[in-house]
Design a protein around this ligand. Structure first.
Ligand code: SF4
Length: 203
């Protein structure tokens, strides 16, 4: 496992609106960390997969940019952020009273102290059980009807307060969205998550 602390392999940083899940519509600073070995066929950031393709950037330098951002929330995404040791980044953000939100597949050991964790387990990966107790939201990507069964299997493992989201895989959205709507009407513990940023053409 690649581990970084005061430096992170950064693919991109930008200021935008969160497009999906619980924080949809909220302004946040995005930090996309390089490195992921899950290999989802639908991944829309395949350029992130190789950590060594992305420069190591000092957390202190990232923090300076975050401090100048009007929003006081940072979404750390990837790639798979948990390939890196996030303790230093989270401690710095906490000191600055900036919310830190994590997006993870749960495929790597947990690190950091987060205000919100979006856990989105992917197929054929080992999951670290820490995420079952720590996640604030479970986001299941639905690309075929059988994925709903898999979503229920994960829902059973989550703690009681965890929010449950079904999200149509973007390229299958025309077929999967009506299916998800119908499913949620029958199983209202779930909510739908839509990749709104793709509809409004923002990052
Ligand atoms: Fe892409 Fe995320 Fe899958 Fe990694 S876990 S391959 S970053 S969609």
């Amino acid at each position: 496992m690649n581990k970084y602390s005061k430096e992170l392999p950064v693919m991109e940083e930008f200021y935008s609106l969160q497009g999906e899940g619980f924080h949809t519509g909220e302004a946040a600073y995005f930090l996309r960390v390089g490195g992921c070995d899950v290999g989802c066929s639908f991944c829309d950031v395949k350029e992130s997969w190789s950590a060594k393709d992305h420069p190591l950037v000092s957390v202190d330098a990232i923090l300076e940019r975050i401090k100048n951002c009007p929003a006081k929330s940072v979404i750390v995404t990837g790639g798979e952020p948990m390939l890196c040791d996030m303790n230093y980044l989270c401690a710095c953000l906490k000191q600055q009273k900036i919310n830190c939100f994590l997006e993870t597949s749960g495929s790597e050991p947990f690190s950091g102290e987060w205000n919100w964790i979006c856990f989105s387990p992917k197929k054929n990966t080992q999951i670290h059980s820490t995420f079952y107790t720590k996640a604030n939201e479970l986001k299941m990507i639905i690309e075929e009807p059988n994925d709903l069964l898999r979503a229920e299997e994960f829902a059973l493992k989550m703690h009681d307060q965890c929010l449950l989201y079904l999200q149509p895989e973007w390229s299958k959205r025309e077929v999967m969205t009506p299916l998800i709507i119908e499913y949620i009407l029958l199983h209202p513990k779930w909510k739908i998550s839509i990749q709104t940023h793709k509809f409004i053409h923002i990052s």
